[in-house]
Design a protein around this ligand. Structure first.
Ligand code: MN
Length: 714
């Protein structure tokens, strides 16, 4: 049934005695003419819609411009014979601007997909709102009436609009402090976006109604009595909380509807701020307050200027309920927000409200510049407006809540650590998605695991819950530690082996424990880890274990070097033999040497303590004593390897090569590798005359600043 337009005019006159009634009437007639013959989904005349929108705007105490724009908001979209110029010439630019901003540009007109178009339309409207807040008031009123009549819309077409309302329009209404509008948008949006959940709550609350009614009456009587005793003239309202907030509570707390007791809320409205605090004290003296639930939004208003005192108390029979206490003015502002103190005509906000709201709107403009596409813009907007939590379903239908931005990985770790660790993929609403996909309310999440699955470092960037991050981090640390220990163990073992140190002997002699104390480590495992992490060098540790060790010839892994032709040795008084110097131990003139008779290469001269020789000495008959030829060793052509342990400094190479050249040795090859961030090993291939010469060279190298040790290499 058509709301009577003169009733709306009466309503407007009440709050705006100076309203231009003829203008409103002309707008009404213009709208009636433009929508002539059109019908709503209900089959009713279309005109019912713009009139209802105007009525909602009147409830918000909107000015004439907004009311006219509300009456005309659909004329351009729905009637091709009417264009914006007509609207502008008859009703002015401001009205035309609002109408234009809420009018959809059809995808077909600009060759774009309907979804991108949708984002584009929203962006256009939001930006227009920054210029004139009445744009969004008209849009909200439009959306509210469309939801109020949504039962006439085909079932499958309801959820998209309903979800958009929950994600976008209800939060915008909240931001603008339009408490009543926000509540109704949420409940209707919830009803059509999640019909089954809505139905469940509806039934449960209806089932409790009898109990509730008695409870509400009982509490109300108590509070009214208290107000009389305090001599405060206030109003007490008792109500069932709105369904969407009950739903959110169920989901965040993961409890069943049957277990929700505090679905009842009271509001006490009193004349002054002082009364608010007095009433609060009185209520706390009747019923026990629930700790942590008292909120003073009078001292510290919410971001949308909302002011009230909130508390929850334990009522009769242990049933908790919530109470809001506020002044009449605060109530008016909480219900109708910015429009409670509307500055008429300009469509702008009162200065004191302007700051915070304008701040938010400036953000919108920033995003508009940053966001490339309308899709991004609307996404940013939703992220900003959306409740801090999303609610998603397990495959079993259990609801879990997560902070905004959570991913299937957060979900997996919330189920169980093992599910998290073994997670290899996820399905959202039966569709395979990347693990970094953001969860959205209503998503059904299915985690795919595999026994070979394991966390990786980038998971840290794909999770937001502290639980998931903690688990991933500790897994990575443990993994890293075991790798470090493995690495450290093999480094240390190699070093010990190289120096023929038996760790068990060192342990028995107490040397090992002494060395642990020197590096302040408790045991071998932590030593392995420290070496693996590169915090301690295996060589340094071994040096601490047996400080004198490094002075001995240092052996190093085989570096292939060409065998020399012939060895300057005399065997049994003759030099006329097929001889060669061993590649493995590279003896030089002056070394304590011994010959080994090979089958094909003649006599190979080794150093006496050559490890290889020890292994092949099974046949002592093939070993033969040798002497160095007395005339040999005058030119620096005896190849020898020297290993230098030094601080990892830029100038170390230069200084060492300088010393070598000063010592008249020949530098054939030099290579270095950093052991840790502070230490390096240099491997040098030198040409020297003989052992004496070599010892001189090594002595000089050891004197170079930064050199920790130098020794002949194996
Ligand atoms: Mn409309």
């Amino acid at each position: 049934m058509l709301p009577r337009f003169d009733q709306i005019i009466d309503k407007v006159r009440e709050y705006n005695p100076g309203t231009n009634v003829p203008l409103l009437q002309v707008a009404y007639l213009f709208s009636a003419f433009a929508h002539e013959g059109q019908e709503r989904h209900s089959g009713e005349p279309y005109l019912i819609h713009p009139i209802s929108v105007a009525e909602i705007l009147a409830d918000l105490k909107a000015d004439d411009t907004a009311l006219v724009a509300g009456l005309l908001h659909d004329v351009v979209e729905d009637n091709l014979a009417v264009n914006l110029d007509d609207v502008a010439s008859r009703f002015g630019e401001e009205v035309a601007h609002i109408v234009e901003s809420v009018t959809k540009i059809e995808a077909r007109m600009v060759r774009s997909t309907s979804e991108t178009m949708e984002w584009h339309n929203i962006r256009r409207m939001i930006l227009a709102m920054v210029d004139d807040i009445r744009v969004i008031l008209v849009k909200l009123a439009d959306r509210l009436h469309n939801l109020r009549t949504m039962e006439h819309v085909q079932v499958d077409k309801r959820p998209p609009k309903a979800l958009e309302t929950l994600e976008l329009y209800a939060p915008i209404a909240y931001r603008l402090g339009l408490g009543k509008m926000k509540t109704e948008l949420e409940d209707l949006g919830f009803r059509y976006a999640y019909p089954e959940e809505y139905e469940k709550i509806d039934q449960a609350i209806t089932g409790k109604r009898f109990v509730s009614d008695n409870f509400l009456e009982n509490i109300r009587a108590h509070i009214e009595k208290m107000l009389r005793e305090m001599d405060v003239e206030g109003a007490v309202q008792g109500r069932t909380k709105h369904f969407f907030s009950i739903y959110q509570k169920l989901v965040t707390q993961g409890i069943d509807i049957e277990r929700v007791y505090d679905y009842l809320a009271f509001r006490v409205i009193v004349p002054t701020v002082k009364d608010c605090y007095q009433v609060m004290g009185g209520i706390h003296s009747i019923w026990k307050p629930i700790p942590g639930r008292f909120k003073d939004f009078i001292a510290i208003p919410k971001e949308n200027h909302y002011r009230s005192l909130h508390t929850s108390v334990i009522g009769p029979e242990g049933n908790p309920f919530e109470i809001q206490i506020r002044t009449f003015q605060m109530h008016q502002e909480a219900e109708n927000g910015i429009s409670a103190h509307w500055r008429y005509k300009e469509g702008r906000l009162r200065r004191e409200d302007e700051n915070a709201t304008m701040e938010w709107m400036r953000h919108l403009l920033d995003w508009n510049q940053e966001a490339g596409t309308s899709t991004e813009f609307v996404h940013n907007l939703k992220m900003d407006l959306y409740p801090k939590e999303v609610y998603v379903f397990t495959p079993q239908g259990k609801v879990l809540s997560f902070p905004r931005g959570s991913t299937p990985l957060d979900f997996a770790f919330a189920i169980h650590s093992e599910v998290g660790f073994k997670c290899t993929g996820a399905r959202i609403n039966n569709k395979l998605v990347p693990l970094k996909t953001c969860l959205r309310s209503g998503d059904r999440v299915d985690i795919i695991t595999s026994p070979s699955g394991h966390p990786s470092r980038d998971w840290l960037g794909s999770t937001v819950t502290s639980r998931a991050q903690r688990k991933i981090r500790s897994w990575l640390n443990a993994k890293e530690k075991s790798r470090a220990m493995e690495l450290g163990r093999s480094n240390l073992d190699r070093e010990l082996k190289r120096l023929h140190i038996n760790i068990k002997d060192a342990q028995e002699s107490g040397e090992l424990q002494k060395a642990f104390r020197k590096v302040s480590l408790p045991d071998l495992d932590s030593l392995h880890a420290e070496i693996g992490y590169g915090k301690i060098s295996a060589r340094i540790f071994v040096k601490k274990l047996l400080p004198e060790v490094l002075e001995d010839p240092v052996m190093m892994p085989e570096i292939p070097v060409k065998p020399s032709d012939g060895a300057p040795v005399i065997v049994h008084g003759t030099s006329d033999l097929l001889t060669g110097l061993a590649k493995c131990c590279k003896p030089i003139i002056g070394d304590d040497a011994i010959g080994f008779i090979t089958r094909a290469r003649g006599l190979i001269v080794h150093r006496r303590k050559c490890r290889n020789l020890v292994q092949i000495s099974a046949d002592p008959h093939r070993m033969i004593e040798v002497e160095w030829a007395p005339n040999a060793g005058t030119t620096a052509n005896q190849e020898v390897r020297v290993v230098i342990q030094a601080e990892d400094r830029d100038d170390i190479y230069t200084n060492i090569t300088q010393v070598i050249s000063d010592s008249k040795a020949r530098l054939r090859k030099i290579e270095g590798s950093a052991d840790s961030h502070e230490e390096a090993t240099l491997r040098v291939l030198l040409g020297v005359k003989n052992l004496t010469h070599l010892n001189q060279v090594i002595g000089q190298i050891k004197k170079v600043s930064g050199v920790i040790g130098a020794a002949r290499g194996w």
